[in-house]
Design a protein around this ligand. Sequence first.
Ligand code: ZN
Length: 714
Amino acid sequence: MACTNKWSDIDAEKIIIEYTSKGVNEDIALRTYTARLLGSEPEMVLHGGGNTSVKTKIKDLFGEKIEVLCVKGSGWDLGTIEPEGHPAVELAPLLKLKELSSLSDEEMVTIQRKNLIDPKSPNPSVETLLHAFLPYKFVDHTHSIALLSLANQPNAKEICLKIFGKEMVIVPYVMPGFDLAKLAYDMHQNYKLNLSSKNDKLKGMILLKHGVFTFGDSAKESYSRMIEVVNKAENAIPRNINLDLNSSREKNLPSFDKYKFIPYLRGLISSELAKRGFSKRCIFEIRNDKKIKEISELCNLHELSERGVATPDHVIRTKSKPLILDEIPDSDFNFNTSNLHAENWLKKTKKLIECYIEQYQLYFESNNERVGNIKKNLDPLPRLIIIPKFGLIALGNSKKSACIAADIGQVWIETLLSAESFGEFRPVSEKDTFDLEYWSLEQAKLGSKKEPSNTGKVVVVTGAGGTIGSEISKVFYKSGAEIVCIDKNIVTAKETARLCGKNALAIECDLTSRDEIEKAFREIILQFGGVDILISNAGIALPGELHNMDDETLKLSLNINLLSHHYLSQESLKIFKSQDYFNLKSKNLLGGQLLYNISKQALNPGKGFGAYGISKSALLSLMKQYALEEGHNGIRSNCINADRIESGLLNKEMIKSRAKLRGLSEEEYMSGNLLNSEVKANDVAKAFLSLSKMKKTTGLILTVDGGNVAAMPR
Ligand SMILES: [Zn+2]
């Protein structure tokens, strides 16, 4: 599928008008425009990859015009870039660096930062000097799949010369930074010296085993040259490149049986992380459309997987190679009855993971020795797992990073297959991959911020569409977790999910139905790989006295306030135990958590609320029973006793009538507790979060009611 030139004079004019009215100059407006055009092509640029620049003049504080390089700043994606995504660096001091024979990475970063016009700007791209040295107004750089399929051939130089002739300068592989910038500049100058201006058809540069640069006097010229060069590469490749990141999950799941291994695998990987002092769990992204499955069935998959990454900076997202597992046995992963096939597969999988880790350690140690033992070991776990006839599982410490790894995994697959269709895929060596993986400037892209406490955990919240459920979801989302919002009302569930980031999952579910709960948990497994914390919050408060209560009312109350919590707990426990399959006999358990909202009715019954109080008292017993039964499995069971929270169960009208009945104002009624302070849904949510962090606590009722003597646990 060829790339089309999306340049439009009308759109360009629009963007100029839009940004010049905001004080941005025309060059930067056009830079923003074509950077976005490049960023809209995953074939060329993905997740912070690629970079673009423009040389222009801007006014300084004295109103004098100075020459600057506006180059992509770290943290920006080309697809969604804004003018401030190309921070301005004074050009003259950068150009002066050409005179040096060497410059360390740290010195390079310092000089680039020192010459930023706005010191608050993000760090300019690691490829800034290359952009600065090339004597063209606009410079574009991508990691196009088509180009990489050629640039990763063993005899790439000859191939590229044959295809592009005098249009491109071919630069051998050198790690990004000062050395590459200087080499590319010198080669460019030599090339120019040997050309008469009449023959000058130079459009760009191919960086072997890395990517492609194009340049020009205008944004349109540089961009159009990129499209032209990429299409020329594509035409030379027999295979059709077609990267579809959106339809990557098979549409009709034949049966859930073949997905049952997933929590076991997640547990295995998470346990290996935990063993090495990384307390976080991992999150899965499963991709298994027809094309990915086809690749997973290649007979030389093992050999191909060892070849390396398509372009070096992918290593920080995917490691240098995927882990290949055996085909999943056609049997049920249910160990109530002995199941040898599944058991053997799991044992073999554990061995393969250990083997991957061992190899990674060897790779780290030998290369670290080469560079003088100055690097700190990163976690050795794979980011991509390929299972024959199943597809690809990408993993990360969040859904976001798992999806990035999956996208880059698909780019790797496309590049590898296209390169193989042309000749042979031979990307950068192990040594070069290591230098990039452990390059401080690359690691900076992943961010050094301390991760929030629940990073990597999957938290299921029921009644998530209600006031309290929504607050719980938001509080846990802020603590780093992936959120599943379950509610019988899908509209409100979706609304809460929307407040919990792009990756939160909303599920409609009638919690009184075991079948529906099972179905919901399947969806969660497919989306995230497992579950870590259940917050069983949904409830119903049916009024009425017991002496004349009909059966239906009491049964409904028990179904929702007791049995649904039990069903949810059973499903969660199945997953917790699958995740801990290999740990159950050891002390290093991943465990899991059951958290219930029991309300004060369980401790202090209210007149006319028998059905509510009875079912909630039973729920308190359920919590204790699970604490008792599951403690040795590392699973904690706790609950919250909250009272008088404005919510769907205690709405404005009820507050009004109850306050009136007691001769109080609404405010007095709501803060009628020992602390004289209204308890809000957010207080309850924060109490759940505290409980989730209390590692040595199980079987506890935590009270969040502002103080109520009658409801104190006795
Ligand atoms: Zn690059």
